[in-house]
Design a protein around this ligand. Sequence first.
Ligand SMILES: Nc1ncnc2c1ncn2[C@@H]1O[C@H](COP(=O)(O)OP(=O)(O)O)[C@@H](O)[C@H]1O
Ligand code: SF4
Ligand SMILES: [Mg+2]
Length: 342
Amino acid sequence: MTGPQTDFPAARASTPRLLEVDDLYVEFHTRDGIAKVINGVSYHLDPGETLAVLGESGSGKSVTAQTIMGILDIPPGKVTGGRILYQDRDLLKMSKEERRQIRGQEIAMIFQDALSALNPVFTVGNQISETLRKRKGLSKSDATRRAVELMDLVKIPGARARIKDYPHQFSGGMRQRVMIAMALALDPKVLIADEPTTALDVTVQAQIMDLLADLRRDLNMGMILITHDLGVVADVADRIAVMYAGRIVEHADVHALYKKPAHPYTEGLLDSIPRLDSKGAELATIKGLPPNLMKPPTGCAFNPRCKYAKDICVTDVPPLLQLGDGRTSACHFAKELLDGRL
Ligand SMILES: Nc1ncnc2c1ncn2[C@@H]1O[C@H](COP(=O)(O)OP(=O)(O)O)[C@@H](O)[C@H]1O
Ligand code: SF4
Ligand SMILES: [Mg+2]
């Protein structure tokens, strides 16, 4: 039992983890001071599973992903601690060239804004096949054939004809499918989707989520699904890591977390999901604002907003409590909350 604190017995294997972020620290050095934005993040991913990383804007979800991808802005960013193991090799210790090889080929990423990520002056077919020609050395005709296959895979209707279209001729949802096709071009083992549906309307969101779930199953990829919306992950994710102020404050199996949160912040997020049975009822939101990371609160970073806060919450940083079945919570009163005694 030497695995990280976030292990699940069922997921433990003798082969190396697909991806493991281990006690990562990142800060930004700006004119106004140093912002400590990632403060000891650990999470892991195995093949074929989806980890949802959830948290309000500014909690450090994207910075963690950018550090995994090797696209963090350095400076002003700086990794000050931790490891990122991809199949047991530390990405943070690799040369630029080694990381470039891994980027796209082993670990790929899709972003929220599909329109700005696509080049408006090239056809989508051109953009997909360019990657295949450059990175896989395919001939022009082979790359075009593969680009059509990839567009079929992401269920773009009439792929063969649409390959000659430009990005502006696609709807928002279809553009996101093109981005997913590009991310899949080099057969990555890990797909990081950073708020992939945030810019889309609700119906299209659901279709993209369905597609991602199908792809994960069919291709046996590990997927990190970053979102601020707990509502969209229930059907797709296996586990959830909840982030607050650059820490994972709760990590749990998705069903366990929905049934009963073990951290007051998760409880607040759950209470702010619109439910079908509460039409018209006012939605609870978490009062207050996320902390200023240049001057975070003492003790538990959530204490100014927490309705359960007590003296110890202002003086002591809560340790990561192990609650069984791989569940963890960084709250002094996690056990009481779970037992309904808080
Ligand atoms: N290039 C940057 N320079 C300075 N601060 C940054 C930069 N990128 C992100 N940050 C800060 O890091 C924190 C975490 O950001 P981010 O990971 O993007 O949040 P999330 O994705 O959870 O919304 C935020 O406070 C943000 O302002
Ligand atoms: S440690 Fe205290 S302030 Fe932080 S979440 Fe738990 S009860 Fe709230
Ligand atoms: Mg983000």
